[in-house]
Design a protein around this ligand. Structure first.
Ligand SMILES: [Ca+2]
Ligand SMILES: [Ca+2]
Ligand SMILES: [Ca+2]
Ligand SMILES: [Ca+2]
Length: 457
């Protein structure tokens, strides 16, 4: 003990009003965050003046993360533990981690502001697929292939006064990009008309006014994948034939139909040509034609014509069984030609498409006439009558086709080529070449079963 100078019985340690402070924590942590030094003040509490703590020291403690308090007195409230990682993804859950899609990765680091999450890998969300590059850009689990299958069933139909194109999805699937429609007034000069989105299989051309140009129109469709394009579809037709009426002559025409048409029966043809309806039903039976009063097919099996014709007061059909009010009429058979009789000049318009798979499969009947009435595609490559014969016979020698006949619509006379075995040559009537006029039909006579596929351009 020291000396009791002021005679209060105690050797005082300090003087009234004195204070002192200190801090035992790490340097640099004092007065940062929760850390503080202690404070002692000089009081006399009955035992002489001594220092008493009036504020406790607080040294760094374990950090409590993200509570807005800086427990370890480094100046920051840490958000995380160093090295910790977290991922996040803002896209659809099914795409997360698939293909190019990846989480944003944040890593806990101290970059001078305490432990915070910093983005160390960016998020990647689905983008438009790039086809056939081995990478799944849209994160659906696979790299898309370039799809552009060939359309093979294009059909052109007249519906009301519009031209309707329709087709189905190619076996390969919908095109990756779109369908491209081509059109032109000749099969060799088709140009791009318009595109149709994948998944849609039709296109309408409103009105038939464009037909007034006097041309036929040809159509094809392709499938497109970016800058690649499929082979063109079968050829579609809006086929126009200018028919002339001769007052003092017969007015028959042999007409080729497209192998694929919207005409189910000969009545459908008559109705469309004449612009009348329902001639097979009671209400339509009496509607007189203005343009065409007869359509006939030639039945190869029976070797007989089957007519549907205007009888003067009503439509009649040679295959009507008179059992019902409805008139039975011959069906349109793919590949058959038809004969029509016209009443005035007009432009015959036929709608349809070629069938690239169509093959004639003609049967020989030992006791029959073996005449077959055939349609030829409007875009065939035949130039002269003998081109058809030679195609059937695989050369300019006799084969299963021994006669071909054209009906000349201007002279209203037959023109033909007939194989004469005795002379071993073709009898030519007329002698000069006979052109194959697109739209005309032909009669052939066969001497054995015959299979052939017309050649188109
Ligand atoms: Ca904290
Ligand atoms: Ca801290
Ligand atoms: Ca994909
Ligand atoms: Ca891809």
């Amino acid at each position: 003990m020291g000396v009791d100078e002021n005679c209060d019985g105690f050797d005082d340690y300090c003087l009234d009003g004195d204070h002192r402070e200190g801090y035992s924590g790490e340097a640099g942590t004092r007065d940062v965050g929760i850390c503080q030094g202690y404070l002692e003040e000089c009081w006399d509490r009955g035992e002489g003046f001594q220092y008493y703590r009036t504020r406790e020291e607080i040294r760094p403690e374990d950090e409590v993360l993200n509570d807005e308090i800086d427990q370890n007195c480094d100046g920051y409230d840490d958000q995380c533990i160093g090295g910790e990682e977290r991922g996040s993804y803002s896209g659809l859950g099914v795409t997360r981690g698939i293909g190019i899609c990846q989480d944003k990765i944040e890593t806990c680091e101290d970059r001078g502001e305490g432990m915070l999450f910093y983005e160390t890998r960016p998020e990647r969300l689905p983008v438009d697929e790039v086809l056939e590059d081995g990478i799944d850009q849209n994160c659906d689990g696979h790299d898309e292939l370039c799809v552009m299958g060939q359309v093979r069933d294009l059909l052109i139909r007249k519906i009301a006064s519009n031209v309707g194109l329709s087709w189905t999805m190619p076996p390969e699937g919908e095109p990756s990009s779109y369908y491209q429609i081509y059109s032109g007034t000749s099969p060799d000069s088709l140009r791009r008309l318009t595109t149709v989105v994948a998944g849609s299989h039709s296109y309408w051309i409103s009105g038939l006014a464009f037909i007034g140009t006097g041309s036929s129109f040809y159509y094809q469709v392709t499938s497109v994948c970016m800058d690649e394009e499929s082979e063109p579809s079968n050829m579609g037709y809006v086929f126009r034939q200018s028919l002339t009426y001769y007052p003092d002559d017969s007015n028959r025409h042999w007409i080729s139909l497209p192998y694929r048409t919207g005409y189910a029966t000969l009545a459908d043809l008559l109705e469309e040509i004449n612009g009348i309806s329902d001639i097979t039903k009671e209400a339509g039976r009496l509607r007189a034609p203005a343009l065409c009063d007869l359509v006939a097919r030639y039945n190869a099996a029976t070797q007989a014509y089957e007519n549907v014709f205007w009888g003067g007061t009503a439509w009649l059909s040679e295959v009507d069984n008179y059992d019902t009010h409805e008139m039975e009429v011959p069906l349109v058979v793919a590949g058959e030609g038809i004969e029509i009789n016209i009443l005035t000049d007009f432009n015959l318009m036929l709608f349809g498409a070629n069938d690239p798979d169509f093959t004639f499969d003609l049967t020989y009947h030992a006791d029959g006439g073996n005449r077959n009435f055939i349609s030829i595609p409007y875009d065939s490559s035949y130039v002269n009558l003998m081109d058809i014969v030679n195609d059937i016979n695989d050369g300019p020698v006799p084969g299963t086709c021994e006669k071909i006949t054209r009906w000349n619509p201007t002279s209203q006379l037959y023109e033909s080529r007939t194989w004469f075995f005795d002379l071993y040559e073709w009898l030519r009537i007329p002698e000069e070449d006979v052109s194959v006029v697109p739209g005309e039909a032909f009669e052939i006579i066969i001497n054995a079963d015959t299979v052939f596929r017309p050649v188109v351009r």
